[in-house]
Ligand binder design. Structure first.
Ligand SMILES: [Fe+2]
Length: 233
């Protein structure tokens, strides 16, 4: 059964909440919560999962001819395989296996399990986004995944990463924001109109932020220029 927000319901409990809890526990128990690639302890996989689920909900809202539940369930399970995938390279396949088992154990029908498993297994093949040959559900899942940790959240990540260093400066943080947050939003990889608009908003926010910050820090202004404009202090 589906409620007015496109959420699956069973009895009095929300299945999505149960799934999010299951994935969070699975990651925690298998030491898969914190990304090991770089030393950013504030980046929690279960929080990424929740945000990708949230982006997926925004993207499926208003879509009428797709399997919304499949997009939402796949968004919850798409990265759970990091818990058992040692170097992360097989995480999508491992996520699909964990997801299949969960859905099977919880009585979902075979066709639904097969489709969700296909979405999870293929979510990392971002080159497929430009293919005409893939279901809209997979595009929406990949868009939701890519929208996380961009824009405002990306700037926050850059600042926290710089704040964890021994030597800190506003200029170093500015440089990092230009090199990561700004670089990462320059090309809009989204496919659907709604996701493209979300991305454009993020791009504008980062552009404005960088512009303001460079003005605040007088980046590129020589002291002689400043003196000419404002006099010396
Ligand atoms: Fe992800």
């Amino acid at each position: 059964m589906i409620d007015e927000n496109g959420l699956l319901l069973r009895g009095d409990g929300k299945l999505y909440d149960d799934m999010l809890k299951y994935v969070k526990e699975f990651l925690k128990e298998n030491d898969g919560e914190v990304t090991k690639i770089f030393n950013y302890p504030f980046r929690k996989r279960s929080e990424h999962t929740r945000r990708v689920f949230m982006w997926a909900r925004r993207l499926v809202d208003g879509e009428s001819s797709i399997n919304k539940e499949a997009v939402l369930v796949s968004s919850i399970f798409h990265d759970v395989g990091y818990a058992i995938s040692l170097d992360g390279s097989k995480h999508a396949e491992d996520s699909a296996l964990i997801c299949e088992k969960y859905l099977h154990d919880n009585g979902f029908d075979a066709g639904f399990i097969e489709f969700v498993s296909y979405l999870v297994k293929n979510h990392s093949n971002k080159f497929l986004m430009t293919s005409d040959d893939i279901p809209l559900e997979l595009i929406l899942l990949m868009e939701a995944d890519l929208l996380d940790e961009t824009g405002a959240l990306s700037i926050l990540w850059d600042c926290m990463a710089e704040g964890g260093k021994q030597y800190q400066s506003y200029e170093a943080s500015y440089k990092r924001i230009v090199n990561y947050s700004w670089e990462s939003v320059q090309v809009n990889p989204m496919v659907t109109d709604k996701a493209k608009a979300f991305w454009d908003d993020k791009q504008k926010l980062v552009r404005d932020f960088v512009k303001h910050l460079s003005w605040d820090l007088a980046i590129g202004e020589s002291s002689s220029n400043s003196e000419r404009l404002y006099g010396s202090f």
